[in-house]
Design a protein around this ligand. Structure first.
Ligand code: GDP
Length: 387
């Protein structure tokens, strides 16, 4: 089960994002001072999914279970964290424990909200974070190569010894890459290299989705197709250069916080009118949080499959490239062990026949797949197993 963590400097909107993502309103407001969040909080974020909603509409089942992603709110980082400043090492250990990261960057002005670096400058903030993670990886990387080196000395020319020499060469190559200031996630690595990298548990090897916390007006401008706000533009440029392939998603935390507290559609409409009365996109204005969760899942290489029926419609998560028995194993270990076949159809096909599975079968649109079948995102599956 893969997990996500929320990171960023202190006071940039991480807790607000965490609440929005988990739809949990905490009692009171997140405090306006650094280190308000000390222990990483854990929550299960539901993964918003239009495909799932469509299937629920179609089957009208007694119960539903949507996919979820475990997310941790990790305490704010400060400059020098890798040298133990602030909650430094503890903070970095928490990052080490998660698989992917949301990096919240402050891109809004508000003199009332203290910035730990005393001014609003997203690029400086991005660089602080990148540098701290990079420093820590250098430290991990060096101690990892030392351990390999010590192991190698004892093994001599044995098979194990030779493997250690190869691993050492790879680790050194990765170390050089880090030393040059690069994110490990940005290198192109062979399968053998990726294996060594995995065992090094490096922070910059984790996929990162950048969350630009913009002001509501900017958010609104973006949604209505206006020009890209200055802070956001800078962030996008920086990410393209230093973390290419990562997504940047603009979110307004203050708007998200307000949206969490507005109950009716009418109130929502009235509220939104404050930011852009007269804009036709008004009704389209929605929380940005679902796309953030989807983006992290995607960057973690996760896909979904569905099980459907009158009793239950459920969305399950597997890694991209998983074989059918592995997907069965997500449901139940026994189902993997006694796997016989998977009967699969697509959402498009079942929608076309209004949920009539018998008709789908007679049309030859339910295919039977064996243990070598690689799961495709969105598959609707019934697993057949035997004792
Ligand atoms: P964290 O320290 O990164 O977890 O940040 P919080 O979510 O606790 O927010 C810190 C303070 O900034 C709180 O007082 C929030 O109300 C405020 N804040 C967060 N996001 C925004 C925003 O988008 N705009 C404004 N004006 N204030 C915000």
């Amino acid at each position: 089960n893969l997990t996500g963590g929320i990171v960023g400097l202190a006071n940039v909107g991480k807790s607000t994002f965490f609440q929005a993502i988990t739809q949990q309103s905490k009692i009171g407001d997140p405090a306006n001072y650094p280190f308000a969040t000390i222990e990483p909080e854990e929550a299960r974020a539901l993964v918003p999914s239009p495909r799932f909603d469509q299937l629920v509409d179609l089957y009208k089942p007694e119960s539903t279970v949507s996919a979820s992603l475990k997310v941790f709110d990790i305490a704010g980082l400060v400059r020098g964290a890798s040298k133990g400043e602030g909650l430094g090492n503890e903070f970095l250990q928490h990052i080490r424990a998660v698989d992917g990261l949301f990096h919240v960057v402050r891109a809004f002005d508000d003199v009332d909200i203290i910035h730990i670096e005393k001014s609003v400058d997203p690029i400086r903030d991005l660089e602080i974070m990148a540098e701290e993670l990079n420093n820590k990886d250098l430290e991990y990387g060096m101690s990892y190569t030392e351990v390999l080196e010590r192991g190698r000395r004892g093994k001599g020319k044995t098979i194990e010894g030779k493997k250690l020499v190869e691993d050492l060469e790879i680790a050194q190559k990765v170390l050089d890459w880090i030393e040059a200031g690069n994110r490990v996630a940005n290198g192109s690595w062979t399968a053998a290299e990726a294996e060594v990298i995995n065992s090094m548990s490096l922070l910059t090897a984790k996929p990162m989705v950048y969350i630009a916390n913009v002001c509501p007006e900017d958010y609104y401008t973006i949604l209505t197709g206006g020009s890209t706000p200055a802070y956001l533009k800078k962030i996008i440029e920086w990410v393209a250069k230093h973390s290419s392939g990562s997504q940047v998603i603009p979110v307004s935390m203050s708007l998200e916080a307000d949206l969490m507290n507005i109950e009716s559609e009418i109130d929502k409409r009235e509220y939104l009118a404050m930011f852009g009365s007269g804009h036709s996109a008004l009704e389209d204005l929605q929380s940005a949080v679902p796309s953030c969760v989807q983006a992290l899942r995607k960057s973690l290489g996760l896909i979904s499959f569905f099980t459907v029926g009158k009793g239950e419609v459920r969305e399950w998560t597997v890694r991209q490239g998983a074989f059918a028995p592995q997907a069965a194993g997500v449901i139940h270990g026994d189902l993997e062990k006694t796997f016989i076949k998977a009967e699969i159809f697509t959402q498009e096909d079942i929608l076309a026949v209004q949920g009539d599975e018998a008709k789908l079968k007679s049309l030859g649109k339910v295919s039977s797949k064996g243990k070598d079948y690689v799961m495709v995102d969105g598959d609707i599956v019934t697993f057949r197993s035997g004792a």
